[in-house]
Design a protein around this ligand. Structure first.
Ligand code: IMP
Ligand code: MG
Length: 178
């Protein structure tokens, strides 16, 4: 579908499923080189990253584990910078090679908050993978190790990303149709 309605808003296709899957293949190839023998623990940030993580992890061929962290910072269509709390990790992270898996990095506040929390557990290393990145909105200096697709500063939904909880269940990514 080229256009969808989500609650009170209209969206149009922005990134097709093919382009999403291409970018995931590239990330996985890179990870398979970088993470060999590192016994990585993937930390998937819920809710948004679950679909990306599912497609990505199937293409990762190094021995690894996967765990989930739940955060939320968005209400409506603009990042508030306020991050609500999270459901934690029960693994021992000390000395582990962690890979944060995010759907999107926007201002970077959420990411910084996650890193602060994870660093308290003394991991050996924290790498960051995000399917989408809004460089013009980014306010932090944290290096992103794996970036799928850079996008402009527009509100998008689909493929895990939501508008007030809806529209996570699409194969393509849609942008607000102004
Ligand atoms: P940040 O803290 O501003 O970097 O925002 C990160 C979080 O906000 C992401 O994990 C998403 O859940 C959400 N987010 C950022 N941009 C969008 C968007 O365009 N659509 C839907 N959710 C978004
Ligand atoms: Mg998210």
């Amino acid at each position: 579908m080229l256009k969808i309605n989500v609650l009170d808003k209209k969206f149009k296709v922005s990134i097709t499923s093919e382009d999403i899957q291409d970018s995931i293949r590239k990330i996985a190839l890179q990870m398979n080189e970088d993470l060999k023998g590192k016994d990585p623990l993937f930390i998937v940030i819920l809710n948004g990253a679950f679909i990306f993580a599912s497609d990505l992890i199937k293409q990762v061929n190094v021995d690894c584990r996967i765990s989930f962290l739940k955060m939320a910072s968005y209400h409506g269509t603009a990042s508030t910078g306020k991050i609500r709390d999270l459901i934690g990790i029960d693994e021992d992270l000390k000395g582990k090679n962690l890979v944060i898996v995010e759907d999107i990095v926007d201002t970077g506040f959420t990411l910084e908050h996650i890193i602060d929390i994870l660093e308290k557990h003394s991991p050996a290393e924290i790498k960051i993978a995000t399917l989408l990145f809004k460089p013009n909105a980014y306010k932090k200096k944290i290096k992103l190790d794996y970036v799928g697709i850079e996008i402009p500063n527009d509100f998008i939904v689909g493929y895990g990303l939501d508008y007030n909880g809806y529209a996570r269940n699409t194969k393509d990514i849609y942008v607000l149709d102004k």
